[in-house]
Design a protein around this ligand. Structure first.
Ligand code: IPD
Ligand code: CA
Ligand code: CA
Length: 266
């Protein structure tokens, strides 16, 4: 476990530094778009993924890899590394600081080690199963907020967001009037890391992918929080959606997202 963790944290940190350097030197170019015109792919995404996968294949030749850029098929192995080379590519392209590198090691589909590094903030979040969660080596814990009107929560919107589609606007409208604040930072991995660190009290999103959330799920759980699907149907990384909270707020935020009444609602 120690070796996995050391390798994982070293890789996200080194890749994050390379990304920052490329950004600061204006070396990044847009390659094109992926699932829709606003789903950007930059040279930096490919450079970062190449750097990460090369290191992992050298260190753990028996392990599988599931990474965002490329064929997106998990290699069928007991141990699989799940990689988002840049989570928050739109931010990265616009030089907005909320982007990160997210890497998790899963054993039979369950995350056992995870690391998220945000180079502009120089913050390294990491967790191992049963070993707690940390930010820059300091233990982190979820918040204590127990009512929605004390809570700051985050969400995200899918790249397919045409009016009338499952674009999260209905759910956003349900939650927004009841919470202290609602944020959309543009990086699901950082949203989860911030729930783990108690900077956010909750986060939900639909149509997310495994590489967006795998390291973050472990962070939230190891920091004492709760993670579940929003809807019973569909996968968590899909139409089912992910809900992560400090635990206290889980039932109320879940009810609100689903359009059900919540006690103490104004
Ligand atoms: C995106 C970010 C964003 C979320 C999108 C993701 P990408 O990842 O995590 O916050 O709302 O659903 O696809 O494309 O920047 O790796
Ligand atoms: Ca992502
Ligand atoms: Ca990405």
């Amino acid at each position: 476990m120690h070796n996995f963790m050391e390798c994982c944290t070293q890789i996200v940190r080194e890749t994050g530094h390379a990304l920052l350097q490329a950004m600061q030197q204006g070396e990044t170019r847009l390659i094109g778009a992926k699932s829709s015109a606003i789903d950007l792919l930059t040279e930096a995404d490919e450079m970062a993924q190449h750097q990460i996968t090369q290191r992992l294949r050298e260190a753990f030749p028996d392990h599988g890899i599931l990474a965002e850029e490329g064929d997106q098929e998990a290699e069928p192995r007991d141990y699989v590394w799940v990689i988002d080379p840049i989570d928050g590519t739109t931010n990265y392209w616009h030089r907005h600081p909320a982007f990160c590198v997210s890497v998790a090691l899963c054993h039979h589909g369950e995350p056992m080690v995870g690391a998220i590094y945000a180079p502009r903030m120089d913050e390294l979040f990491c967790a191992s199963r049963g070993g707690g969660a940390f930010c820059n080596d300091i233990p982190i814990h979820v918040s204590r907020a127990s009512h929605l009107d004390q809570a700051i929560v985050a969400t995200g919107f899918p790249y397919q967001r045409a009016p009338g589609s499952d674009n999260n606007l209905v759910e956003f409208g349900r939650v927004m009037p009841l919470v202290q604040g609602i944020r959309r930072c543009g990086s699901a991995a950082l949203d989860l890391a911030y729930v783990a660190a108690g900077r956010l009290d909750g986060y939900w999103e639909f149509h997310i992918k495994p590489w967006d959330i795998m390291a973050g799920i472990l962070l939230v759980r190891e920091a004492g929080g709760q993670v579940s699907q929003v809807r019973p149907e569909g996968a968590m990384a899909g139409a089912g959606g992910i809900l992560a909270t400090n635990g206290h707020l889980h039932p109320a935020l879940h009810r609100r997202i689903m359009g059900k009444a919540v006690e103490h609602a104004p």
